[in-house]
Design a binder for this molecule. Sequence first.
Ligand SMILES: O=C(O)CCC(=O)C(=O)O
Length: 277
Amino acid sequence: MTTDERFEAYKTNGFTVFEKVFAEPQMHLWREKHRQLSAENNGQTWFGNTLELAPDLMWPAVTHPTILEFVEKVMGPFVQLDNLTLAAFSSIEPEKGKGRVSGWHRDRWAHVPYTDAYHRPNAINAISYLQDLTDAFGPLRVIVGSHRTPLTMADAARAKPHSDETLIHMKAGDVVITHNGLVHSGTPNTSGQLRYFFSIYYNLTWLKHTDHHSGPHTQKLLAEAKAANNHQQMRLLGVDEQLQPRCNSGFLCADEERWEEWAAADRGAILRLGAKL
Ligand SMILES: O=C(O)CCC(=O)C(=O)O
């Protein structure tokens, strides 16, 4: 599939899966980090701000070219890291998980769509699971196209399978990129082991970010990005120096063409600095 074909499918479906983005040695280190954090924090299983907690382990994922290139294509060169979450869902007894889903929802910064038109998302989630999502580990469930449907759901329906759902049995290291308007849910884990979940959540640079980005490790990454004239990486950490002209461009040129010009200018800024040094 070409990137353009993938983007068209994403606009229609509300998600796309990239296969085998992360390799086992990398995922092993993330699972180990989770074990360490959990041991240090009374068995806590959900960790945000993980870029600050483990910058060397996490920055390659946040800046992964396959992911970031597609995210910029979808949102334009206005992408910041909203939050980086490493979590593990405990296993429950199979009887308790039967006929249940974890909880249907749209993601942070979404809204219920008014029409079936496609709109650029305010945020997208790049999720990977650090093990194969078999039926026992609990597949991801999505309602295809629900980012373009004014679908709402009563409280009682939110923990039950849905007649329009599609189950996605992702493999370890695959990355699903969702539109934040896509209605989706996990599935209870009945594997007897932890179900690891790793979420790189990106949003638009003019929104607030959920992780604080103010810690010394993150600020060091920001200083390195500034020294390299790398605007893409600066934006990830909450600094968008071109925001004012780019968010007031007049909007008479197709958005996607404009975004490509700006992304090319960002690449050029790095090259120009390299040529000067
Ligand atoms: O547990 C899952 O598979 C899905 C997690 C989820 O719903 C989310 O990232 O918003």
